[in-house]
Design a protein around this ligand. Sequence first.
Ligand code: NCD
Length: 298
Amino acid sequence: VISSRDFTPAETRFVLAAAKALEHETRPLLRGRILATLFFEPSTRTRLSFEAAMQRLGGACLGFADAAVSSTAKGESLHDTVRVVEGYCDALVIRHPREGAARVAAEATRLPVLNGGDGSNQHPTQTFIDLYTIQEACGRVDGLHIGFLGDLKYGRAAHGLVAAAATLGNRVTLISPPDLRLPPSLLEELHETAPEKPRQVVDLAPALKDLDVLYVTRIQQERFADPLEFERVRHAYRVDRRTVESAKRRLAVLHPLPRVREIDTDVDSMEGALYFKQAHHGVTVRKALLCLLLGVMP
Ligand code: NCD
């Protein structure tokens, strides 16, 4: 599971259906199986929900949450780390600051590899969680109008979801500061896949009116080469109760989290605020991905 682009709409729907089927599953389907978690970048949700998914189904985890305590600190290559760890586990999840790192890891082993985020490129298990959340809230994952807000240049969660959402047949509106627009190659791809040409705008208020879903993202401070560039855009958007109320339809507000200041806490109690539910769906969706990859789907 390296990129959301590797999945056809039918395959994506198959994963979402598997997740629904495993929502309340607690039988030890993964007993005796071990997942290795190789995290070269900070994480809360991704690593812990993978661990929860394994443990809920009777499996176990090993790994590291900080590259500084692994042999990477001694100069070991990612390829070698994977070749070693494959002898200790049945599947690997990897998060890495370099784009393409998950693909490199997958090529080094015959075991299933899940991309837990590679630089600003992709975060495909998050994409499945986002789609699952949209399916639960809106009853479908096509024919919707989805707005993407914030850091569309560096945000891998946005990159993964926008590609999948367009391919599934959703209208897309891209709302960002001019300096944080979607990478040109991804925008070009959307021109081919989305049912309508995506709109690119700077202001949130006018874009809100006919959205079904607003996907809010954090400005990815750690990806900026120039701290001054970050300072210029760090407070670009703030979604509050008034913003959500001004949307025409009942707006579903998603965010992969962590949030910094881009969603005011006064939104949390609103009906459309789905981001904590979304984080909890991480366990359900990762249970399904692990069962499918390890061949134990009931
Ligand atoms: C995201 C990530 O790491 O890309 N977090 C997550 O996995 N839910 C989003 C972010 O860091 O902004």
